[in-house]
Ligand binder design. Structure first.
Ligand SMILES: C=C1C=NC(C(F)(F)F)=NC1=N
Ligand SMILES: [Mg+2]
Length: 219
């Protein structure tokens, strides 16, 4: 298997749903099914925060989510937990600045998708040098989904990075909704990633559908 082509990565990043058991109002497997029906293009399993599953329960839950993605042709990305990603033969991993070094993770996962969080130019350039396939930039707007989130930077950070020649596939994250996704895309993001906009919606299906329409109208 070869590394994912950047153009394919950009398409996958369009509407990137991120979720764990603590983010959902409804039954998580139902939320993911509705999100896929609504048109999400990529999924990340992110099991974090108070009440997060661990060990066998976490593995079992991840496998159920992965099966839903597999059946529908949606790549399955694991946040933070590289060992879990390898155990599940996931399609990729996403790591932050406080996780394992990106170069070491790249060696461990071979050609699987590697996403790295970046908050500034230095971190973006380091991620590229380490062999990331995409970077996650944010938080763009204030977020409730991450307990230790940094200060929101607005879409300007995306425009700035593109202006500095950061051309790698780039997904924006942090407080993104169908209302502000247009300006994020116009700033130069390849796509948007969301947690609560879909996971805590009354209808994850409609929330995903609306986000997809906004993103593709502003692409
Ligand atoms: C902290 C994170 C930042 N960005 C992303 C992604 F959207 F995937 F790039 N995922 C995370 N878990
Ligand atoms: Mg992390």
């Amino acid at each position: 298997m070869a590394r994912i082509a950047s153009e394919v990565m950009r398409e996958r990043l369009k509407v990137y749903f991120i979720m764990g058991s603590t983010n959902c109002k409804k039954q998580p497997l139902e939320v993911l099914t509705e999100a896929i029906d609504g048109g999400i293009t990529l999924f990340q399993f992110r099991e974090k925060g108070s009440g997060a599953l661990v060990g066998e329960q976490k593995y079992e839950f991840a496998r159920q989510l992965q099966n839903i993605c597999k059946k529908r042709g949606i790549p399955f990305i694991v946040n933070d937990d590289v060992e879990l990603a390898l155990a599940l033969d996931a399609d990729g991993v996403h790591i932050g600045q406080d996780d394992e070094d990106a170069r070491i993770v790249r060696e461990k996962i071979g050609d699987k998708i590697l996403g790295v969080s970046a908050h500034n130019l230095k971190e973006a350039q380091a991620a590229i040098a380490a062999g990331a396939d995409y970077i996650g930039v944010g938080p763009i707007y204030p977020t409730k989904s991450k307990e230790d989130a940094k200060k929101a930077q607005g879409p300007e950070i995306i425009r700035f990075l593109r202006g500095q020649g950061v051309d790698i596939p780039l997904v924006a994250i942090g407080g993104i909704t169908a209302e502000n996704a247009g300006e994020v895309m116009n700033a130069g993001a390849d796509g948007v990633s969301v947690i609560s906009a879909i996971a805590s919606a009354a209808s994850p299906f409609l929330a995903a559908k609306q986000l997809v329409q906004t993103v593709f109208n502003n692409d």
